[in-house]
Design a protein around this ligand. Structure first.
Ligand SMILES: C[S@@+](CC[C@H](N)C(=O)[O-])C[C@H]1O[C@@H](n2cnc3c(N)ncnc32)[C@H](O)[C@@H]1O
Length: 450
């Protein structure tokens, strides 16, 4: 220790807990961890909110991969991350002989599968399973499944845990079985939107407004991932399609990846080798016959695209205002109607500022009962949140109030709440500013409010 220095001056400052992300840094470690820990909860709330109305039935499996299915034998299928059954019910309708295991980590999704009008215990076994934690071979005999379908599910898993999922499903797949895979591809327009809105968790991995996550696969990443976990690539296509949204006058380039994998060194499913598409591909020079891999973009005009239904959520975010509720507050001579994120969704949002805290009610009641505390003063409210009731009450006796918060959504809602609850002359005394603590620019801008 340098002589004369105070011992406290030598200590490292305590690590700071970063709640709001700094711009362009993506999601903060605090929220990354929360999204991971609560992944199941976010999806379960998703199904509580959307029930079976979000995804369309996926009727393309037969068209895209019909040669892997057999109408004659009782094949065993496993659909992982089955959601409410948009993949399995069309499959069972096309191939009534198949038996389907369907699992998802959302108990609500599984309940919706079991109450589906076409659910029959003789052809579907639906159960709750977190693919990153629960051993599938406890529910399904090892090496007993002919086809595993992974339809927009691996993208919902963090890249660190994808290997666990693949090892888990591999255990129950027959040596000559295969995995049919479709999921988001790198470069999809929705990915660009996420990047702009700073919802990045890690490379190619993003969080939606409702807390569910999406990974965008590059063909090399996907190939290596499966290879490292005991699979070989049988087919791989990157598909792209322009989707038009007439009401918004938008043309969007959607990209997805479609692949078939089989167990490395296992007897690969040969039934599709003779398809016309494969034969055409094998005609090309320098292509190894065992892998049909088309990493050049395949522009699909007639292929059914099923990632359009999520466009609104992916592209435009889920607006906090669509899930709001009004709280009535009566404080002495004040009556407020405060718009907040509804209780049901409060745990799914990144900001703590979209709800009304008990502490705010208490502070507002103290100020309402004791207006002299802030009489003729300039008041700065830190972490005001969307409610703003303390700042609004303060306007009765103070000269000026600056209500600040670090979260843009909270500020947006705050501005609405102030406009709908406060009238002149009180309204003129209150301004709102974005203030992330420690951000010099924000601090200067807040000082300039006088
Ligand atoms: C986009 S949905 C796809 C649903 C379904 N495959 C279909 O074709 O409609 C993704 C599903 O994966 C499920 N999921 C995500 N992570 C999971 C995990 N670790 N274990 C099990 N299911 C998971 C979610 O609950 C959600 O239902």
């Amino acid at each position: 220790m340098a002589s004369g220095a105070h011992p406290l001056e030598q200590q490292e400052p305590p690590p700071r807990l970063q709640i709001y992300s700094t711009s362009s840094a993506g999601v903060s470690p605090f929220w990354k961890e929360k999204y991971e820990r609560d992944a199941k909860k976010y999806w379960d709330v998703f199904y509580k909110r959307h029930q079976d109305r979000f995804f369309k039935d996926r009727h393309y499996l037969d068209k895209e991969w019909g040669c892997y299915f057999s109408a004659a034998e009782r094949q065993v299928i496993l659909e992982v991350g089955c959601g409410v059954g948009n993949t399995i019910f069309p499959l069972v309708a096309t191939y009534p002989e198949i038996f389907v295991y369907a699992c998802d980590f959302s108990p609500r999704a599984i309940e919706l599968v079991k109450t589906h009008k076409d659910f029959k215990e003789t052809s579907v076994s639906a159960f709750v399973c977190d693919l990153t934690v629960d051993d599938l071979s406890k529910q399904i005999p090892p090496s007993s499944v002919d086809i595993i379908t992974m339809i927009f599910v691996l993208s919902a898993v963090s890249p660190e845990k994808m290997p666990v999922v693949l090892q888990n499903v591999r255990k129950v797949l027959k040596p000559n079985g295969c995995v049919l895979f479709r999921d988001y591809a790198n470069g999809d327009l929705a990915q660009e939107r996420f990047t702009c809105k700073d919802q990045m968790i890690s490379d190619n991995f993003y969080v939606r407004g409702d807390g569910t996550r999406a990974y965008y696969f590059a063909d090399e990443f996907l190939t290596n991932l499966f290879k490292e976990n005991g699979f070989d690539v049988q087919e791989l296509d990157i598909c792209c399609k322009q989707v038009e949204n007439r009401s918004r006058e938008l043309v969007m380039n959607r990209r997805w990846i479609q692949a078939v994998f089989h167990i490395a060194d296992g007897a690969k499913s040969s039934s599709c080798i003779e398809t016309a598409q494969e034969a055409a591909f094998l005609d090309q020079e320098n292509v190894k016959p065992e892998v049909k891999k088309n990493v050049l973009d395949r522009v699909v005009n007639n292929s059914e695209i099923d990632i359009s239904e999520g466009v609104a959520a992916d592209m435009f975010g889920i607006s906090p205002s669509s899930d709001n509720e009004i709280i009535n507050i009566n404080l002495r001579d004040w009556t407020f109607k405060i718009n907040v994120l509804s209780k049901e969704y409060q745990h799914t949002c990144r900001s703590t500022g979209l709800m009304l805290w008990e502490s705010a009610r208490f502070m507002a009641s103290v100020l309402a009962a004791n207006p002299t505390i802030v009489a003729r003063k300039k008041v700065l409210e830190l972490g005001c949140g969307c409610g703003g009731i303390c700042s609004m009450v303060a306007t009765k006796s103070c000269d000026l109030v600056v209500a600040t918060d670090g979260d843009e959504y909270a500020l947006e809602l705050l501005t609405k709440n102030i406009k709908s609850n406060l009238k002149l002359p009180f309204l003129a005394k209150l301004t709102t500013k974005r203030l992330e603590w420690g951000n010099r620019d924000h601090i200067e801008a807040s000082k300039g409010s006088e």
